[in-house]
Every structure is written in C-alpha cells, then in structure tokens.
Design a protein around this ligand. Sequence first.
Ligand code: NDP
Ligand code: 2IT
Length: 445
Amino acid sequence: MHPYVKQVLETIEKRNRHEPEFLQAAHEVLESLSPVFDVHPEYIENNILDRLCEPERQLIFRVTWQDDSGKVFVNRGYRVNFNSTLGPYKGGLRFHPTVNLGIMKFLAFEQIFKNSLTGLSIGGGKGGSDFDPKGRSDNEIMRFCQSFMTELWRHIGSSTDVPAGDIGVGGREIGYLFGYYKRLTNRFDLGVLTGKGVDFGGSMGRKEATGFGCVYFAKDMLERKKETIQGKTAVVSGSGNVALYTIKKLQELGAKVVACSDSGGYIYDKNGLDFDYLRQLKEVERKRLAVYQSKYPNSIFKPNAKVWEIPCTLAFPCATQNEIQLPDAELLIKNGCILVCEGANMPTTQDAFRLFESKGVLFGPGKAANAGGVAVSALEMQQNAALTSWTFEEVDRKLQAIMMKIHNTCVECATQYDNPNSYVTGANIAGFKRVAHAMMAYGVI
Ligand code: NDP
Ligand code: 2IT
C-alpha cells in the first residue's frame, strides 16, 4: 500500500470509528488507488484523498409523521452531500430500518466514483431515513414522504442536489415527494428529482435502467472472453426494482433465471422464473415472495436462506450490501459460477471479490455495473432541461452505449495499471482520476 494511502486511511479510521460500512467502502477504493500516487505526486501535494473522504456537507433532520390510527412517530432523515466536483450532488434516497449515517456515507462515497464513471455531469450524494415502509398503507407512505420533504426541499434543486430512488423508494414515493416539493415551493421544477412518473417529466426506461444496465455490463464482460449470456443459468438476489429488471433482461438475452429472493428467503424453480407473475406480485401487489408458490406449487421457497447455495453460472447480487461473504463466494466458485455482476451497492465483501478475481471469475463491481440507473437519471435531467422526452428505444440505446463505454474505460484503465483482468482496479482508478483532475483545476476549495 502506498504510504500516502496508509496515512489517509489511518486518519479516516479515527474520524469515522463508528461507521463500519463507510470504512469498508473507503478501504476498498483507497487500497486500489495506490499505484496512481506513484505517477501523480501532485495529488499527494494537494491532499486530494483526504479532501475526497470528508463529505462537503451532511444533513440530519427529524421526520415526524402519523400512522392511520393517529399515532405519532419520529424517524431520522439524512442527506449527505459528499462531493460536487463533477456536478450537482446526485444519488438515491433509501427508506429502510437499517439506515444510519455510516450507511448513507458509504453509499454517497460510492456514488462519487460511479457518477464519475458515467462521464456525465453529476456529483455524489445519498439520503434517506430509518423509516420502515413494510406493511404501511399508501396514506402512511404519503404522509411520511410529505414530512420528509418538509425539511429536504430547502436543500435540493436542479443544480444543487437531485435525489432519486433506492431501497424502499420507487415511483410511488418519488411521486409523493415531487408533489409536495411543488406545493411547498410553488415551482414546477422538474429537474429537482429523478425517477418521476412519465406523465410528469420522468424518463422512459428509468425504471428498467439499473437492471438492464447491469446485464449489458455482464454481456460486455462475457463478450471480452468470447462468452455469451444465451443458455446460461443465472441466480439473482432480491426481487425489488433492480432485481426484477435484471431478471427481465437476462431472460430476453436467453438466460434461464432459476432463483431470486427477498428478506424472507428465496424462491427456486429449476424450469426458470415467470417474470410477469413476479413483477405483478412484487411491483404491483407488493406481496412477499413466498406467495409465488401459490401459482407455481412445484417451485421451492426456502426461508432464511441465501440464493448463492443454488448452482449457477452467472450470479447477480441485487438486494443489499455485504450479501456475498467469503463462504458464499467459495460455494459459488465450487458450483461453477463464471461471472458475478453487482446490481446492488457493495453486495460483495472485499475478501469475497478478491477471491473471485484471483480465481478468474469475472467480477463487475457495482460502481461500474449498476451505474445504468444513475446514468438514465442524468438523461432524465437532460430531457427536463430541454423540455423534451425521448422514446424508450432512444433511452435504451443511450444506456447500452454508456454501459459499454464504462466497461471499456474499466478495461483500459486496468490495463494501463498492469491489472487487465481487474474491473475493481479499473473502475476505482478511472472514477477517481476524473474527480481528482477536476479538483486540481478548482484549486484548494
Ligand atoms: P428495492 O427496495 O426495490 O428492493 C430491494 C430488494 O432487496 C427487496 O427484494 C428486499 O427484500 C431486498 N433487501 C433489501 N434490504 C435487505 C436486507 N437488509 N436483507 C435482505 N434483503 C434485503 O430496492 P432496489 O432494487 O432499488 O435496490 C437494490 C440494490 O440496488 C440496493 O443495494 C441499491 O442501493 C442498489 N441500486 C439501486 C438503484 C436504483 O436505481 N434503484 C441504482 C443502483 C443501485 P424485502 O422487500 O424483503 O426487504
Ligand atoms: O445507487 C444508485 O445509483 C441509485 N440509487 C440511483 C441514483 C440516482 O440518482 O438515480
């Protein structure tokens, strides 16, 4: 490890002692940046890394709301403005009981490099709340979103900070948030949120973008090795927005997707899953995955188990952080898995992805592989700014081009730094260098 990297890691470990996920994300990125500092001493002279690891601003606020019976609850709201070097802070909102400042910071930190890799003008941010949407009525969700926006509106704007969805925040929540922003500010300012409904400034293809983009990235990785998706068996974790559209695109490209999951367990069908029924269950009816068996009694629902125990050739972690740990990685490799492509943010631990890379398993890190979502969010901002809207086909074509460019950037950068098969090295270094170069141009700010 470069002594400068070691020194910065020591500083941030002291400063962020109680934030294990943030420290994990920082270690993963910084450790792979070591070779950059041998050729760019100016980044050390300007202490770029230390500056990059401290958020520009962090907001924490109280969110008070009432359930349908009138009972009053308090949650904590967050928005981390991590880095605005390349554009307005951009990143999703997560509503999940596990949310805390460290989780927000890891997500916002990852977002800096991901957004940089897209080549578009977006900085890194993230927000959310420890609110648990599970089992809540539409009216309860609406009141929560309205209370959340009652504070957030003063901090966001189309050239300041542009939130979108993440776990627990999809089209329904963005609709409530946008409606209340409009009411509070008396401004129909479309560029303030992305992931909006297509009737009010949303982009065609945004809902599909993260999952589709992740599969496009996997396809590009496989093609480099003269392999295809066609005919392969795949396993996907999660059954939310990213997982569903990963499954859909995998099926369109000829893979057999045999399993997916939610926090209750996984569903396995050796004949392949029925996407339309899954979508109806999870996206429309918001039911638990176990219900899938009511239509497919021959499928297997295994509670409290990880999908990684099912043999597959292609694996797509699309649920949450740290869901592939070292023993899961060992099992996947033993069962013949040749590719792991991250739809989620940091779903694979560092020892697990190191094992994949050392065993020649193609590994697509989230900041590259799941960048399709935020990239199409940036395309939504472009459409809003131009008061126009593009067709699904136009957006999908642009998404494919962006994913291929990210893929090629990773390969070129990894090759330049003598590690041609490491997408982790390529993504981290290429993402970092664009931000660092622009920070140098701004001087010390
Ligand atoms: P959703 O809320 O739509 O779906 C999340 C899925 O993951 C659900 O199936 C959920 O199960 C499961 N899940 C969530 N948390 C846990 C947990 N702690 N343990 C087990 N299962 C869990 O979220 P998204 O699909 O939008 O997000 C999934 C991942 O993709 C996240 O890591 C997110 O940061 C990342 N991502 C999302 C993007 C987007 O555009 N939405 C873009 C890029 C990355 P259950 O319903 O039972 O909780
Ligand atoms: O992790 C992510 O990239 C997202 N949740 C999407 C962010 C966005 O602004 O579309």
